[in-house]
Design a protein around this ligand. Structure first.
Ligand code: ADP
Ligand code: MG
Length: 389
């Protein structure tokens, strides 16, 4: 579904639900991280792209004073939020992403009007493509449209991040909300997680596309292992005498090898290497040097698998299949994306070969794991937009 079709669909759903057409329609995309994994909390770089899958909200001034009513057209459930006082956490659970974003505006002194809202998201839920950030940034964009109080996109991203921290209890970094708020069609976003400086990296070559392969597994190691990795990175930085691994070079790490355990050394080797790979991959994309970008993606996966140890069998199977298809079959590179232990892979492919590659990965993945993967392609999409308003 194109964004146009999706917004027409949500507008129709709004009309069905509330008996009148919507006055505002807004959208915010999900994302995939092309390279730069587990670098964010080490003050490093990430290189995400907004995908052509969105949360869309259609709205009008609300019928009930002091109330924002939001109808989820997929799950056929309505959240009713009291906005006459400071918005708090509440039910249903998914409404907390919305509550958090609304609270962010209240904290900035914005009075929230009564609203009737219908929404739908084509970002797969919980698949590592950030349906949560899409929902937060979409809500923030709706409040901007409905109140006329627009805020700087970076401030909007930070507001959405705070919603995720405080209302969903997820201590996420800044990537998801930044790309959903600041993405630009035909561009990736090189984001410096230390300075929050962003740089748009053009990628509009019609000959290439990104393929997202959802392994449809999620191993429940996630949060405990994540905390361990963070602690190991901090230990490496301490031994190296730097504020964070962003400040360390491969040489420095090599020289300090005897002072740390093998595990801590390998964790640091991934992070320091990955920060370099991300910057170089961005340069490769600027020059449309796809084979080089693909090599960085494979190298990223190998480091995540062997040094950082956050991959899993299913992710490795996908990357192995991609390597088998190879350059001749139209695959430049492939890697796991997101925190790991399941979720998605991202592959850089020749656009003309998308169909054949999709079929081959689906068939071989099923044969090797017994699981059906979900595979789709996307070009770099635009960040949050007001479609009508
Ligand atoms: P991800 O952001 O990778 O998709 P998260 O666990 O961070 O995974 O966020 C998923 C959660 O976001 C869902 O469990 C749900 O609570 C909420 N959510 C996102 N989009 C929707 C939607 N369209 N309808 C209901 N809930 C949604
Ligand atoms: Mg999320």
């Amino acid at each position: 579904m194109t964004l146009q079709e999706l917004s027409a669909h949500v507008a129709a759903e709004f009309k069905k639900t509330y008996g009148r057409p919507p006055r505002w329609i807004v959208a915010a995309p999900g994302r995939v991280n092309v390279i730069g994994e587990h670098t964010d909390y080490n003050d490093g770089f990430v290189l995400p792209m907004a995908i052509e899958y969105y949360a869309v909200m259609a709205a009008d001034a609300g019928a009930t004073p002091g109330t924002v009513a939001i109808y989820d057209t997929q799950f056929k459930e309505t959240a009713t939020i009291d906005v006459s006082a400071a918005v708090t956490k509440g039910q249903p659970k998914w409404s907390n992403y919305i509550r958090g974003a609304i609270a962010g505006f209240q904290n900035r002194g914005v009075k929230i009007p009564a609203l009737d809202v219908a929404f739908m998201s084509t970002v797969p839920l919980g698949g590592g493509l950030s349906s949560s950030a899409a929902l937060e940034v979409c809500t923030a964009t709706l409040i901007e449209a409905a109140t006329g109080k627009t805020i700087d996109p970076i401030e909007k991203a930070l507001l959405a991040q705070k919603a995720e921290h405080d209302f969903a209890g997820v201590p996420c970094g800044i990537m998801d909300q930044f790309i959903s708020a600041l993405g630009r069609e035909g561009h990736l976003l090189l984001l410096d997680c230390r300075t929050r400086k962003t740089e748009l990296v053009p990628m509009s070559d019609p000959a290439v596309a990104l393929l997202i392969i959802n392994t449809n597994v999620k191993h429940e190691l996630g949060s405990g292992e994540y905390a361990k990795r963070r602690a190991e990175c901090e230990e490496a930085a301490r031994i190296l005498g730097v504020a964070s691994l962003r400040d360390a070079t491969p040489d420095q790490l090599e020289r300090a090898k005897s002072k740390m355990t093998d595990v801590v050394f390998r964790r640091a080797r991934h992070v320091i290497g990955e920060i370099e790979r991300t910057v170089h991959a961005a340069e490769g994309i600027r020059q449309s040097n796809w084979p080089t970008v693909g090599q960085f993606m494979y190298a990223s996966h190998a480091a995540l698998r062997d040094d950082y140890e956050v991959s899993c069998k299913e992710l490795d199977v996908v990357v192995d299949i991609a390597e088998d298809i190879g350059f001749k079959g139209g695959v430049y590179g492939c890697r796991m994306t997101g925190g790991g232990f399941g979720g998605c892979c991202v592959a850089l492919v020749k656009a003309e070969a998308i169909e054949a590659i999709t079929k081959k990965i689906a068939t071989d993945y099923k044969a090797k794991t017994g699981i059906d993967a979900v595979i789709f392609s996307s070009r770099p999409a635009a960040g949050a937009t007001i479609i009508k308003g």
